[in-house]
Design a protein around this ligand. Sequence first.
Ligand code: ZN
Ligand code: ZN
Length: 588
Amino acid sequence: MSGGAPASPFAEDQDTYWHTTTHILAQAVCRLFPNARYAIGPTIEEGFYYDFDVGRNFLPEDLEKIEAEMKKVIEENHTLEHMLWSKEEAVGFFEKKGQTFKVELIRELLADKVSIYRQGEFTDLCRGPHLKRTGLVRHFKLLTFSGCYWRANDKGQKLQRIYGTACLSAEELETYVKRIEEAKRRDHRRLGTELDLFSFEELAGPGVVFYHPKGALVRSLIEDYVKQQHLARGYELVATPHIFRTEIWKQSGHLEYYKEFMFLFEAEEQAFGIKPMNCPGHMLIYRARLRSYRDLPLRFFELGTVYRNEKSGVLHGLLRVRGFTQDDAHIFLQEDQLVEEIRQILNFEFDMLRAFGFTEYEVELSTRPEKHIGTPQSWEHAEAALRDAMKSRNLSFAVHEGEGAFYGPKIDIKIKDALGRRWQCGTIQCDFALPERFDLTYAGADGKAHRTIMVHRALLGSFERFLGMLLEHYAGALPVWLAPVQVMAIPIGDKFLGYAQQVVEMLRARGVRVRVDGRKEKMQAKIRDAQLQQIPYMVVVGEREAQAQGVAVRHRREGDLGSMSLEAFTARVVRESLPARQQEGKQP
Ligand SMILES: [Zn+2]
Ligand SMILES: [Zn+2]
């Protein structure tokens, strides 16, 4: 599981249970819409979905009718019968039924035999496994529906997707549905609009983010902190261009292995590509000078903006975009420096996550995939180094066989948010292959040229994704150090606007991000608006406050904090304007 969904209430067999429920859903839809064509119905983090073409869009009342029909299918307690058909047999069957999506899927299968499940009058193509009878599914709910495309291709057939979930008991289902609703309330796309942080613009095309002033401010606060931390840990800042001749992508292997995700274009009859990754740029800088063993490890860091040609159907708010910026570094080193360097990166990563308020995470090691470059020996070296570094830090980690990048094994760090959801965050990737392709060397103590090793790493990952996750984790109430507006000064009537301005100036002089609400609204309305904007502090000023040179303080969560001297309040906000880790007094 990763991102997006609440933690699952199932200990095991969740997939089987949900999978069976999707078949029941499809059976019910086919009964109510006799011309329905059913496409795919996988399980996902929070349950399952099934895609249909029923000749029109679903309506909210359809969901109720479908749920009622699903209950009938469950009561009828059909056996799920497993069969293996030949490809021709399966194609023939689904062709006769007009199920063109299934026909297309079966034709693409490599195996000779096709796995088929039947329950009552409903037959589906599926690997399984499933529950034995439909009657074993008890508690389910259809959550929502939306438009989608066959194979996420926006030029393809338009379909309607129904989402649902199922649980073992009614109580579990209720809790679970509540959590899904809570996740919806925290949806960063909604918060992005409500808090005026960012937007996507039709005219500019999908998957590229427009940061509004407040969003750009939050982003630059994160960037400043990230830069400062890197410089303090011996990284060097570099900056590289966004467009490169395709020769470089041929040399890096991207054109061979990554072409479908690249934006390619021509200028003056030469082929160019927009960078989908920063690595080749950093390697060119490494190669621009002779490097000695005394220079290593050499750590190049860039807030690198990259572009990837993701299908528009898979784009999702800030979480999946076409243009994004990574806190990207490439570390050039000798083989015997690898374990210690990875250990340091892991420390850096966990310090960084704590600064943003995350203390729970999962670590995964991904090993050699089928499509790869580099020799078996170099892969083994790299995998051993990653394991050793994690063991020396007493980290427990899961191993994902065959899921490494094409150029090397990797460590992924997934953090857990307030709803227990897991989000992909940092990644550390060893690379024995690219230094070979770019002939990266250093002069050793023996005066001879040796092959350099490279580590790619990002700690927060994509800033876009990280911001989306922060918003959902905090339900929009960003910590004081990241809040675009930290304090809203609210004068009780125009008479005290002057004193409010004085308060603002004093706070601003100490670096506090403060605004004054000078509208002719009632005080309560101003408080409510500031609260809706998730501003951490509201200071109300009137006669009493002006006389005492103080403020009446309201906190967005704790409510009324009473009166404080301006000095005491300023000191409080300034203290909270430091990242979480530094407030605990733990400097790097
Ligand atoms: Zn199935
Ligand atoms: Zn890289």
